[in-house]
Design a protein around this ligand. Structure first.
Ligand code: ATP
Length: 232
């Protein structure tokens, strides 16, 4: 589904992303961990087509994510750290508006259905989202990803600032999109969330992917040790 090959980005002499190689299959979750400045955001920006790689490629289902970025955007969903919605619109109205912009034909019933599946309750459906918490706004964004059958969902720091209950709800909702066959890539500093959620964990340091580990083989103390080893 997502195939990153020999991806490189320099800022002057700074090799911000250094020969990155990884894949995320359909229905898999990859969490990319790494210290500040490790190159995670630069990687994400290349996958989003915001910045041009100096060499290498990121391919989503056969499409180059920089050179064919418009076509790729139709197939993916980016969920930033803080999801921006129209505060004076309800959750349903926000999604209807996004669907209209994406030229999708959807009924209110379909929109309600995806919102309910992400954990928005019946009585929250018609509330203006200006009062929604970060976790609830994320659910609305994930509902839109479900509605558009996104092949890839990219998320940046989704659990920062979420309390433990909201974090658990987030994990449950992401598992819903995984079950639908979506590939999910999450950039995070949250080791616990990465451990609970991912199929694979990538640890970046100084632009390089130092480790790419299958999560099922890991305990949380193992992951913590792998993470801190990058500094020693
Ligand atoms: P954080 O966790 O703090 O967001 P990160 O892992 O996302 O860090 P990046 O933001 O990708 O790291 O930065 C990787 C390297 O590239 C750093 O050395 C950073 O200073 C540098 N860098 C990032 N953006 C730019 C830019 N626009 N111009 C110059 N250097 C940049």
């Amino acid at each position: 589904m997502l195939e990153v090959s020999n991806l490189n980005k320099f800022y002057g002499k700074n090799h911000a992303v250094n020969d990155l190689n990884f894949t995320v299959a359909s229905g898999e979750i990859l969490c990319l961990l790494g210290a500040n400045g490790a190159g995670k955001t630069t990687t994400l920006n290349m996958l989003l087509g915001f910045i041009k790689p100096d060499s290498g490629s990121a391919i989503l289902d056969g499409l180059d994510m920089y050179y064919q970025r418009s076509a790729c955007r139709e197939q993916m969903m980016y969920i930033p750290e803080n999801v921006h919605l129209y505060p004076s619109f309800t959750a349903i109205e926000n999604i209807a508006y996004l669907a209209e912009l994406a030229k999708m034909r959807v009924s209110d019933g379909e929109i309600k259905d995806v919102l309910i599946r992400t954990g928005i309750t019946e009585n929250q459906l018609d509330r203006k989202v200006g009062s929604f918490s970060k976790g609830m706004r994320q659910k609305v964004a994930i509902a839109f990803a479900l509605l558009k059958h996104a092949k890839l969902v990219l998320m940046d720091e989704p659990t920062s600032g979420l309390d433990p209950v909201a974090t658990q709800e987030f994990i449950d909702v992401v598992n819903t999109i995984k079950e639908r066959g979506t590939a999910v890539l999450i950039v995070t500093h949250d080791l616990l969330c990465a451990h609970q959620l991912s199929d694979h964990i990538g640890i970046m340091s100084q632009g390089q992917l130092k480790q790419f580990i299958k999560n099922e083989q890991l305990t949380l103390p193992d992951l913590t040790e792998h993470y801190f080893n990058q500094f020693s």
